[in-house]
Design a binder for this molecule. Structure first.
Ligand SMILES: Cc1cc2nc3c(=O)[nH]c(=O)nc-3n(C[C@H](O)[C@H](O)[C@H](O)COP(=O)(O)OP(=O)(O)OC[C@H]3O[C@@H](n4cnc5c(N)ncnc54)[C@H](O)[C@@H]3O)c2cc1C
Length: 440
């Protein structure tokens, strides 16, 4: 009996998982490799960063998700090298995996535009670790503000700067506004959390630049209602422990803050750069791979790139956005193309993205959405957001947990996952009284 076609999928995010699921009935040996043992629902990361949800509620073990799919093996490992000539991938631990067809879905990571040192002071939001780091930083800022007697320091602790006014920045700013104005309103004695300054900065002209102008203006108005301040047309020139420096139309400005959060810019991972080098694949500025219309790499029809890592243009020459819908549809498409090939059917038609719309949530009953061209603002947009996010969370158990948490949050404004865990909680905070002064 002839050996089965070996399909390797790198990455178990939206692109990789949807590719694997589209191959459920394939007469092939499928191996999905990820450096994490779980699929992460990134659109809800900001809710972990702001204490609404716990990490376990937005992640599902990949092995569990695919356990019924008997043609698929799941491996924990990080790809570090590829030899396209012999069709093999090398993992960090030295393991080698061979493929006949490869689907690459390794996604993207935060980019600091060549200033990686800013990461120390301004965590990004791409992984669970990032989200818990942000959560620590936000909660510790309120704790430090409560304990300092220095007015200027207190103002710096209560100033939150979010760099980037895309969907992630807007969602973070809105959630911070709710924490300050509602969740923690009665929790402190020396400070009023409502005094927190939440500033969202961006070099562009408006928040949510990828959305229609009316939605973008509505989002800004909804943010302002939550106490956030939007500052556009400014570029960041420095981030350090004392805050952020900005280049404005009239010169330089410095905002003192101990909590700068990064929601701007994405770049591809190191492995993707290795792949581009080894295959001579063309790339765009951030490193995304410019793929052929069938998502393959020029001269390597057996390698297909999907999701955030692929650079694909629509009919009008506009690049497709780095969103979950693109990753899911491109993942399924790549899988189906391989299936056609295995079955000896004609080549698949070029990939076409079907855009169902965009949604950004700002707060409780506050959101903007474009659903099949219909623009929704406020409560209707928020209800659509709620429904769609619950639908797409991968595991039923997580869906129920998130639904219960959101119901609770809606009724009480309480954020149950407001824990500061680990070392940071007991270390005290710079600029505050030593912990022993607080007594037992
Ligand atoms: C904070 C945030 C909010 C977002 N909100 C929305 C939203 O509201 N709506 C929306 O549509 N989209 C949203 N997105 C974008 C969406 O999550 C991405 O477009 C989508 O996750 C891309 O899917 P992907 O499969 O290409 O990559 P990912 O989902 O990032 O998956 C990549 C996978 O590859 C693995 N991997 C990476 N390198 C290696 C390696 N070398 N070896 C092995 N495994 C590797 C990673 O561990 C990961 O599991 C958001 C993204 C973020 C970060």
């Amino acid at each position: 009996m002839a050996d089965k076609h070996r399909i390797v999928i790198l990455g178990g995010g939206f692109g990789g998982l949807y590719a694997a699921q589209a191959l459920k009935y394939a007469d092939a040996d499928i191996t999905l490799i990820d450096r994490r043992n779980y699929h992460l629902f990134q659109p809800l990361l900001y809710q972990v960063a702001t204490g609404s949800l716990s990490p376990g509620e937005i992640a599902a073990p990949i092995r569990g998700v695919l356990s019924e799919q008997k043609n698929t093996t799941v491996l924990l490992g990080e790809a570090v090298d590829i030899d396209p000539a012999v069709r093999s991938i090398t993992l960090r631990d030295g393991g080698v995996v061979v493929y006949d067809s490869l689907i690459l879905a390794t996604g993207s990571q935060a980019s600091y535009f060549g200033h990686d040192d800013w990461k120390t002071w301004a965590p990004g939001l791409k992984t669970i670790e990032d989200a818990t780091t942000m959560r620590h930083k936000i909660l510790l800022a309120f704790e430090a503000a409560e304990r300092t007697s220095d007015e200027e320091e207190r103002r710096a602790w209560l100033t939150f700067v979010i760099v980037g006014a895309g969907a992630t920045g807007v969602e973070l700013a809105g959630a911070l506004g709710e924490i300050a104005n509602h969740t923690m309103k009665h929790d402190f004695r020396s400070i009023h959390p409502q005094d927190a300054r939440i500033i969202i900065v961006d070099s562009g002209k408006r928040v949510l630049p990828a959305y229609a102008e009316d939605l973008s203006h509505s989002a800004e108005a909804q943010l302002i209602r939550l106490g956030a301040r939007v500052r556009t047309g400014l570029s960041v020139t420095c981030v350090d422990e004392n805050g952020v420096s900005l280049k404005t139309a009239s010169g330089e400005e410095h905002i003192r803050s101990h909590t700068v959060l990064w929601a701007a810019g994405v770049a591809v991972t190191d492995f993707a750069r290795t792949l581009a080098r080894k295959t001579n694949a063309p790339t765009e500025r951030s490193g995304k791979i410019k793929v052929a219309p069938d998502l393959s790499i020029p001269n390597f029809p057996e390698i297909r790139v999907v999701g955030d890592l692929a650079y694909v243009e629509d009919d009008k020459g506009k690049p497709l956005p780095g969103v979950a819908q693109v990753a899911m549809q491109s993942g399924s498409y790549a899988a189906k193309c391989i299936l056609r090939k295995i079955k000896g059917q004609p080549e698949c038609k070029p990939f076409k993205y079907f855009n169902k719309g965009d949604i950004a949530v700002i707060g409780r009953a506050s959101a903007v959405a474009n659903v099949f061209g219909i623009h929704l603002k406020g409560l209707p947009a928020w209800l659509v957001w709620l429904f769609i996010h619950l639908m797409y969370i991968v595991e039923f158990q997580n869906r129920m947990m998130v639904f219960i948490q959101w119901g609770f949050l809606y009724l009480t404004f309480n954020r149950g996952a407001r824990l500061i865990t680990g070392f940071a909680a007991t270390q005290g905070v710079k600029g505050t009284q030593p912990l022993e002064n607080l007594g037992e």
